[in-house]
Design a protein around this ligand. Structure first.
Ligand code: NAD
Length: 487
């Protein structure tokens, strides 16, 4: 299987190569096979991409929002027409099952282009402020050159979720995908050109943690939006602060999912499985601490175990497969070391906990794993694992579980399953997180704001809220009379 792109980078409307950059090997996680060889951006490539973005941005900002929106909507249509091809590429890039990528990856990127393309005409309006005979008005102006830096779990979605609001506000973007998943963003750049985006407005350059700082520290960059881990977020935010750049931080989590004894138990199990095993557990908002009311614990665990053991692990290109490999060998090692810690610290292994032996070859597979009797102090309950490892914790009452759920530095998401309407809202109100779900989990349509609180980050993606993070208000005060000066 090969997925070699025409070249490593996409700058100023065309593919660009610079073989002086460090080699990035793209491995298919299901087999370990090298499917593409690319090069990290050299400083010259970084300069070229930022210069192209800077050159292209003013004319784009001068177009009407409707005209900009028309191009994004065309890009959405092209993505939908090519959904199969893009989904297969996403599966090669990440190892995620085609069953998922075909419904959740390019399609959610297309949703983003469609949404922001569609709201452009009204969403970017300013306001009129009456001041007696004088008045003022505000207008929403773009920031300039925006940098997007992506994680490896949703490469195409992340490339679109950052690109769409940036572009609709009149900015240009330089996007750097994760070194683990370099392929998808190049296709997004290609499609945008095909949709009519003027060249230079959406550039993709490859690179790793040494390339990112070249972008973040660049004086011509106005904004950085990162999707990544908390430690990377701290570094990027600190570097961006050096020149007071705007920042959006979409970081990690250790989110609570609380199941009360009056919940629809099968829905709660389904929500917990989706919120721990989808994308082989590599989802930032996953509800990895599942607090289950003690009274329903045994029923919950026995049904959960049966359903988990029924999951289909295997070839991600097979439409029946529900669990694919981890993105990389290193990620699998990290997940396995957490599983070892869970066992060593006394959690009860309900199911999984190993490498599936019926999957042959060099793929980075891990069994979907459930631990019960997990306590708040255990490492697996405190640290983000980013793999298919669910921790089930017991609780007795509402006040106790809210305090324990909030006892973490993270604040990305959370969920509650209960049939008590007032309790559902009371609990959601008290959980410290950017996004909460009641009687469902992990649904993130483009219409709703998404982002973290506490150490999980700041800023919001999607929805009208994203516009505020890719533009700023300019206020114009208009004096209508003579200036009365006291001197
Ligand atoms: P990571 O932090 O290792 O890397 C993220 C990106 O940052 C990569 O492109 C990497 O090359 C780049 N990078 C690393 N160091 C940098 C630096 N000093 N300066 C600039 N760029 C740098 O994260 P990952 O392992 O790719 O992704 C997994 C993490 O992402 C998890 O913690 C997960 O929770 C988080 N995530 C968050 C969201 C969200 O929306 N909140 C979504 C997906 C993933």
């Amino acid at each position: 299987m090969k997925a070699q792109p025409i070249a490593s980078h996409f700058i100023d409307g065309e593919y660009v190569e610079d073989t002086d950059g460090t080699v990035i090997e793209s491995l298919y996680p299901a087999t370990g096979e090298v499917i593409a060889r690319l090069h990290a951006a050299t400083p010259a490539i970084v300069e070229r991409a930022i210069a192209a973005a800077k050159r292209a941005q003013p004319a784009w900002a001068a177009m009407s929002p409707t005209a900009r929106g028309r191009i994004l909507k065309r890009a959405a249509d092209i993505m939908r027409e090519r959904n199969r091809e893009l989904s297969e590429l996403e599966t090669l890039d990440t190892g995620k099952p085609i069953q998922e990528t075909i419904v959740a990856d390019p399609t959610s990127g297309a949703d983003s282009f469609e949404f922001f393309g569609g709201i452009a005409a009204a969403g970017l309006n300013g306001s009129y402020i009456p001041l007696g005979q004088d008045f003022a008005y505000t207008k929403r102006v773009p920031l300039g050159v925006c940098v997007g830096i992506g994680a490896w779990n949703y490469p195409q979605q992340i490339a679109c979720w950052k690109g769409a609001p940036a572009l609709i506000c009149g900015n240009a973007m330089v996007f750097k995908p994760s070194e683990n998943t370099p392929l998808g963003a190049l296709k997004i750049a290609e499609i945008l050109i095909e949709a009519g985006l003027p060249k230079g407005l959406y550039n993709v350059i490859q690179g790793d943690r040494t390339t990112g700082p070249l972008l973040v520290n660049h004086p011509d960059v106005a904004k950085v939006s990162l999707t990544g881990s908390v430690p990377t977020g701290r570094k990027v935010a600190a570097a961006a602060a050096g020149s007071l750049k705007h920042v959006t931080m979409e970081l990690g989590g250790k989110s609570p999912l609380i199941v009360f004894d009056d919940a629809d138990i099968d829905s709660a199990i389904g929500g917990a499985m989706l919120g721990n095993f989808y994308s082989t557990g590599q989802v930032c908002s996953n509800g990895t601490r599942v607090f289950v009311a003690r009274g329903i614990k045994e029923t919950f665990l026995s049904r959960l175990k049966a359903r988990t053991e029924n999951m289909v692990i295997g070839d991600p290109m097979d439409e029946a497969t529900q669990i694919g490999p981890m993105v990389s060998f290193d990620q699998r090692q990290k997940v396995m070391s957490y599983i070892d810690k869970g066992k060593a610290e006394g959690a009860t292994l309900v199911t999984g906990g190993g490498i599936p032996n019926h999957v042959t070859g060099e793929g980075y597979y891990v069994q979907p794993t459930v631990f019960a009797d997990v306590t708040d102090e255990m490492t697996i309950a405190r640290e983000e694992i980013f793999g298919p490892v669910m921790c089930v914790l017991d609780f007795d009452d509402e006040a106790e579980v809210i305090a324990r759920a909030n006892g973490t530095e993270f604040g990305l998401s959370g969920g509650v399953f209960t049939s008590d309407l007032t309790r559902a809202h009371r609990v959601a109100d008290q959980l410290e997180a950017g996004t909460l779900w009641i009687n469902t989990y992990n649904l993130c349509p483009v219409e709703i704001p998404f982002g973290g609180s506490k150490q999980s980050g700041f800023g919001r993606e999607n929805s009208l809220a994203a516009l505020e993070h890719y533009s700023e208000l300019k206020t114009v005060y208009v004096g209508m009379g003579k200036v009365e000066a006291p001197y």
